[in-house]
Structure formats: C-alpha cells, structure tokens
Design a protein around this ligand. Structure first.
Ligand SMILES: Cc1cc2nc3c(=O)[nH]c(=O)nc-3n(C[C@H](O)[C@H](O)[C@H](O)COP(=O)(O)OP(=O)(O)OC[C@H]3O[C@@H](n4cnc5c(N)ncnc54)[C@H](O)[C@@H]3O)c2cc1C
Length: 392
C-alpha cells in the first residue's frame, strides 16, 4: 500500500527533544507541520538528562517549565565540582525567570515536548520511519518517503528537518558532511539509584575518569561513570556492573561507598562512545537539528540543551530569513557550538591532568555563558510571520 496524498510546510523526522521542540515552535508560528518518529510516544532512550541553564531557559520561555516541575522533577539548586584536592559548590542564582535547574527523565521531557507540539497544531505520528528523501530535478529536497507498518508513504514538504539523532537517516540521504570531528570520545556507564536525598548536580573529575550524580524523577538519582572509550572497553571485560564500580572507585571513592547503601533501580546502561561531529546544518529544502547535525560527547551533559537551542534558532530563521534561512541557521549554530564542541573534545579525551581539568571546566563555563547570552539577548528576533519555506 502506498499513500501519496499530502503536503506540509515542514516534515520532521524524529520526535524527541530536537524534533518535538522544532515542531512545536514552527506550529506556534503557523506552519503546517508533520512530526514523525519510528518509535513510540513516551519511551526512554540511551541518555542521562542533566539540563544546563540554557536548556531550562528555553523550557521557561516556551511555557513548559511548570509541566516539568509538575511531573515531580526535583529542582536542582547547586552544582558541586569535585576536582583533585578541591571541592567547590556553585549555587544556582535566579535569573531571567529561572530559579533552578532540572534533569527530567526523557520519558517526561520528550513527552512534554510532543504534547506541546500537538497542542500547537502539529500532526504527530509514531511508528513511522523516514526511509528516503524526495527531490526535484534541481536536486532540491521536496519531501520524504516513509513506512508505517505495511503502508508506504510519500509526503511532500517545503522543508524536511532531520531530528533523527546520532544515526540520522536524513543526514545520510541528504549527504551532509562533517566539517568538524572530535579528536576522541569517552565511554559512559550509568544507572539509577533510589536516593531522594540527592539535591544537586555533583560532578567528579580525576585523571583518567569522571563521575556524576543527577537527581531526577521518582526519587531516583542517575549516577554515571565515564572514562575514555578505549579504557571503557577494557573495564567492560568483567561486565558492566563491575566496570562501573571500578571507574567510580577511582573517580569518586566516597560516592562509590555511599551507593552501596542505596537500592538500584534497573540495570546499568552502557554508551560505548561515539566520535563527536558538527555536520552541515542544511541545504536546499532540508535542515538538521539536535544530534542529527551536531553531536558532542556526553561528558559535558549538553546535548539536550543544544538541541533545544537549535530548535529555536531554526524555527526563528525559517520564518524571518526566507531564502537565506538555512545559511543563517548554519552560521548561528556553528558560531555558538564550536567553543563548546572543542572543549568537550578535550575533556572527553581523558588525557588531562588534575591541573588541566580546572582550566577546561572554566573554558566550558565561559562557552556556556556565551550561549546563554545568545538565548536571552533577543538576537534571533521575535518569531516572524513570513513563511517562505519553499525557498529556505
Ligand atoms: C550516554 C549519554 C548520556 C547523555 N547525557 C546527557 C545529559 O546529561 N544532558 C544532555 O543535555 N545531553 C545528554 N546526552 C545527549 C543527548 O542524549 C542528545 O543530545 C539528545 O538525545 C539529542 O536529541 P535528539 O532529539 O537530537 O535525538 P534523539 O534523542 O536521538 O532522538 C531521535 C529520534 O529520532 C527517531 N528516528 C531515528 N531515525 C528515524 C527515522 N528514520 N524515521 C523516523 N524517526 C527516526 C528515533 O526513534 C528517536 O526518537 C547524552 C547522550 C548519551 C549517549
């Protein structure tokens, strides 16, 4: 069976933080949006979920932060850095209407964004895979082919957005090139513990390994242990549980001991590592948001924040910059990403000393401050009314 009946302003592949946020913003601006995902609504994904201030700021601006809090997501009021020989705590100061950080489970955050996209008028279909791109005779992307169960779909669009994550099919079909590639990657093991007393982000760095505690929904704390991808492979020899215990014992011995007194909730989950990249942000008739276009190592816990940022940039430029939109999006995204991307690569390499890491974290802090300023200084202007997507 094949359906060839529809045309939308925008078709988006991938309905998690990048795709659902983009769909919501474009639909709020009056675009006719179709949001597709091959998986199911409200499911989990391989990711810890600490939001940095920029990500929380976006949720606040979009009016979604009360829903995150109402889902029982604990407010994070401090971040503590445990470095060799030094522990420092930074209190989260109320600014721009944001009083605390949050780390909602992806089952919570992604569902809130999908609901908001639907409420804004986007059509949402789960269980639907994008299997190809349609093009006109100039090579411009004009829609997608897809599959929903036995049904084959052909859907036209003025703009196709790939928000389909690290293994993006849209990026592959569009021929997006990686202009920047990270020098190294980390590997991560994480697990949930019952610990409703965990009350702030805690990041631990010691040469060769790192760890963190992220308080989240349902009285759980997400605890991760990280090292270089190469070393993680060796640590996994005796199984994920033993490997995690060993990395934690080096990175955060006190934490490792404390966790012995908490019940675990579910098995450890392993991310073996993936080299970071910054791909082309788009081309005629297509664009990439979130990990589809820009993946940086999870060691700096910044992917969701950047996905929400890029959803906003893309949604603004396509309605204000007409034919120049994709070029403008690329410039904004890359301008705000490169500093973060590079320092993340240095931290993920795990070749730093105890002295180096303090410098890397300061650089990260400055890069995050620059990004936050861009999110709050109105440089992208108010949402426009011009929908000239056919030439974007
Ligand atoms: C171990 C780990 C820990 C992390 N920790 C953090 C953290 O603490 N904080 C943080 O901010 N970031 C973190 N990140 C990064 C964060 O998970 C990503 O940046 C974020 O998930 C990107 O969201 P996305 O919407 O771009 O893609 P994804 O979340 O990957 O969603 C992509 C969606 O596309 C769908 N899809 C894929 N192919 C198709 C297709 N062909 N057709 C239709 N649908 C398709 C998938 O089903 C999926 O639902 C972590 C990542 C990892 C791996």
């Amino acid at each position: 069976m094949s359906t060839r009946n529809s045309h939308y302003d925008v078709v988006i592949a991938g309905a998690r933080c990048a795709g659902a946020a983009t769909a919501m913003l474009l639909a709020r601006q009056g675009a006719r949006v179709l949001l597709l995902d091959r998986s199911r609504y409200g499911t989990d994904t391989l990711s810890t979920h600490a939001l940095m201030r920029g990500g929380v700021q976006q949720l606040h601006r979009w009016g979604l932060l009360p829903r995150v809090a109402a889902a029982g997501t604990p407010a994070i009021r401090s971040t503590t850095f445990h470095l060799p020989g030094a522990v420092s705590t930074v209190e989260i100061k109320p600014r721009h209407g944001v009083e605390a950080l949050y780390a909602p489970r992806r089952t919570v955050l992604d569902a809130i964004l999908v609901d908001a996209a639907r409420s804004a008028g986007a059509e949402v279909r789960f269980g639907t895979s994008v299997t190809g791109l349609r093009r006109d005779n100039t090579g411009r992307v004009t829609g997608i082919t897809g599959r929903a169960g036995p049904a084959r779909l052909e859907i036209g669009a003025d703009l196709v957005v790939g928000a389909d994550g690290r293994r993006s099919a849209v990026a592959r079909y569009a021929g997006a090139r990686a202009a920047h590639v990270a020098p190294a990657s980390s590997g991560v093991i994480y697990r949930y513990f019952r610990d409703d007393a965990a009350d702030g982000y805690n990041w631990y760095f010691t040469p060769g390994s790192a760890a963190g505690v992220i308080p989240t929904n349902d009285g759980l704390a997400c605890v991760f242990a990280a090292t270089s991808a190469e070393r993680l492979r060796r640590e996994l020899d005796g199984g994920a549980e033993a490997g995690m215990r060993r990395i934690l014992a080096r990175a955060a011995p006190g934490l490792a001991d404390r966790l012995d007194h908490h019940d675990v909730a579910g098995p450890p989950r392993v991310f073996p590592g993936l080299t970071g990249y910054l791909r082309d942000a788009g081309g005629p008739g297509w664009a990439l948001v979130g990990d589809a276009g820009y993946f940086k190592d999870p060691i700096t816990a910044h992917g969701i924040t950047d996905a929400l940022r890029d959803a906003e940039i893309l949604a603004r430029v396509v309605t204000t910059w007409g034919p120049d939109a994709v070029r403008r999006y690329q410039a904004e995204r890359d301008g705000l990403s490169l500093r973060l991307f590079r320092v993340t690569g240095r931290i993920a390499a795990f070749t730093w000393t105890g002295d180096d890491i303090a410098g890397h974290l300061l650089e990260l802090k400055d890069a995050m401050a620059e990004e936050l300023a861009a999110m709050t200084d109105g440089r992208w202007g108010e949402p426009g009314r011009r929908l000239e997507l056919a030439s974007a």
